[in-house]
Design a protein around this ligand. Sequence first.
Ligand code: M6R
Length: 609
Amino acid sequence: MCGIVGSIGKEDTVSILIKGLKRLEYRGYDSAGIAVIDQKGLILVEKRAGKVKDLENEIGEWKPDTNIGIAHTRWATHGEPNELNAHPLMDCKNRIALVHNGIIENYGSLKKILADRGHFFRTETDTEVLAHLIEEFYEGNLFEAVRQSLQEVEGTYGIAVISSLEPDKIIIARHGSPLAIGHSGGGMLVASDTAAIVDHTNKVVYLEDREIAQVSKDNYKIETIEKVIVTPKLQIIETDIKKIEKGGYSHFMLKEINEQTQIIKDSIRGRLDRESGTARLDGLDRHKKQLIETDNLIILGCGTSYYAGLIGGYVIERNAGIQVNVEYASEFRYKNPVVRKNSIAFAISQSGETADTLAAMREASRKGAVCLGICNVVGSTIARESEGGVYIHAGPEIGVASTKAFSAQVMVLNLISLLLGRMRIMSYDEGKIYVDRISEIPQKIKSVLDEADCIKEIAKLYSDRNNFLYLGRGFNFPVALEGALKLKEISYVHAEGYPAAEMKHGPIALIDKEMPVVVIAIKDSVYSKVLGNIEEVKARKGKVIAIATEKDSEIQKKADHVIYVPETIDSLYPLLTVLPMQLLAYYIAVERGCSIDQPRNLAKSVTVE
Ligand code: M6R
């Protein structure tokens, strides 16, 4: 949610910042801006509403004589996404420029105090108060002024600040919103996401919450807001640039959908133990005793990660016989949840930065649960704060609509269910069969993806519809929810996911000849019931797009369109049935001319409440 990049000491500051912003754009993209200090000591600012491309076009060949600058791509929280509210934001005398990710919760009261002291506000943002606060505290030391300002602030922040009064440094600080310093030959970089700086360096230092750093062209120091000196931990990041580029695909989303064969191989590599018919998950080793003893798991997540968690709930209850509560992280944190003495909480998050998931995990921990993470981004806040966990190894996911991360999450949850199952109720033979079925999944994913053209044709037929219903049961009910979410997110078509049997309790009223109903009707234990649901839709002239198990000829007589997936065991079907959902949403969005990788109003990582 919003992206920050800064550069000091390097030539070509403007192009470094613009390139960095483009890499960050998936995090927020309603406006963008850049501030540099020129050789005369003036802060020059360029801002635009819209995409980074609009800012780039506006800047054109602009090449100010500078070697220091900060830049921001925004996802608006306070104030419209227009040019005025775009960051960087400035103080009264235009001597301080600041970019900010997060929310200053007490900005209202601070603004009033500062206005009473004569500060003049130009924007509707919460962020602007911080620029004025720094101005208020400034007495010849920018680092101290920022530190003092942050002591007044409630809320979350990742900030970068420059000042014409001290043009040889960038001050950055973090509380709840990630920031890193990158060592690069002949200068330093700062960024809220290392994707922005991987073209220049793989050596980074991450700031922790309540840390503040002063970064100059060849040096930096880090302290806590409370003035404790911090010894930096240099890390080498392994980002392959190819992984964050489109690589010939028209959209990141399509690339990421097609990567799933490989991603699932990566997520199971080295984790299947056929000998013992179980899974090997090193990140859970330290908690073996607790995993054996627990009788309650809590799974926390938001959006797509929550839906993956729902599947995890079904799978773990089935395979391990443990009671699982799957909760929206945003609800869990405020409902005063009951956490049992031996509860274990899994926080699921692709980004590892989702504010609600992080807060829910902290709440579970406060109440005594062991907290484990299921994350994609290595070194993310949830990964670092949890006591252990499992990485899903999906690689960078750039498309705002999550696809490959969902599949990798579902696979990891299956592995966890296998591990827990073998510790409890699953026999050796059952475990071995499970291992074998899991190993077959990558090839089966490939065979579904090979059918993309048939799904594209179906998408063309229905791309003009304004409502869709998605139905599934058991393990595939959350897949119906995920299918509907994908369609909503990227094509702005209203879609609802429902447990198939619930349709007759209300949504059936919506069905007429205009309504496409996507039904997951694979040959599992509830197959015949789902066929009955299809009949109910057809009786009301709805159009049925069925996702079925290959060789099922029966279903052809009932559905208008059938998309086949290969056979597997019940709990692994979601890994196959979700693929047509992703492709259908993608091709409908293409037909409707939507901005697929950057859908309106969304951001990749939701670091505000
Ligand atoms: O990074 P996280 O997995 O914690 O993100 C959770 C949701 O914000 C995310 O899944 C969101 O729903 C996606 N846009 C879904 O495509």
